[in-house]
Ligand binder design. Sequence first.
Ligand SMILES: [Fe+2]
Ligand SMILES: [Fe+2]
Length: 343
Amino acid sequence: MNGSTTLLTHTLTANISRAASKSLYSSIATTGLRASYATIRAPSCSSRRNFSSTRRTQLEFFPPPKNTPNIKTTPASWPHPTASEEQLKQIEVAHREPRTFSDWAAYNMVRVLRWGTDLATGYRHDPNKPYVMNERKWLVRFIFLETVAGVPGMVAGMLRHYRSLRRMKRDNGWIETMLEDAYNERMHLLTFMKMAEPGRFMKLMIMGAQGVFGNGFFLAYLLSPKTCHRFVGYLEEEATKTYSYAIEDLESGKLPAWENLEAPDIAVRYWNMPEGKRTMRDLLYYIRADEAKHREIHHTLGNLNQAEDPNPFVSEYKDPSKPHPGKGIDHMKSKGWEREEVV
Ligand SMILES: [Fe+2]
Ligand SMILES: [Fe+2]
């Protein structure tokens, strides 16, 4: 266990014990998820582990890469575009008002899902009510959300790939952006998995959520891809909000264990985090920008003709001097680009 993990674990365990002693957990409807974390015990400093009810001997599911005789390293398939500190700080919480019935249906679906997830992860962030979040609860939420967030891009990419095969027509560049979206979400998950491990109950919930959401999204995408992209746009509005609140909490001193916490190596490499800007705080800024990018991508794709239009995020423009969508976060539009602006 390295220094930063020990620091996090130590403080988190203290937080959990404190919260448990105040019966904080018993006041909220329990789903069993919390119970598995609240039962963590800390007999000695060396055996303290937050976020887990799994025995230490079983904690082997995320081993470091194997040192094989021939392979030096396996770089990211989709290198992350660079972003300046100023750009990362400019990301804003935004909402695109629903304009059609399909938008309205997508938005309300997200609201229902958000309510369920808040309940399951013990999340509450209401300035008018007592503060209930802590580092452990934020990690529970991040991990659960990221296991779900990686589904839509992969399903959409796969279905568009199948469609291209069976209709024997080109896809116009959408598939790769969808797969990249899924890859980026999985990198969020793998980063958080370097900080904590879910207990058995949460693992079960993650499997259940994937079964329901993965199949539901598959069917919905076959019926109305446009509604699905709008749905993901709204989901990403919520993700951007979630990470903005976590940053706010960290910067206002509510999450002391994260104040000097270093970002894991996997994150430093993936985001190319510059020297001196490799803390948990910096990491949250990077992830929030990714979520805002997904928000822009899916709201934009939700405005396009699904069968004919090229993917504006990988296209070359006739007038490149005019602001247009791209891979990075320059000229990012929080509510997506309208069809007339790009096609
Ligand atoms: Fe994410
Ligand atoms: Fe996302």
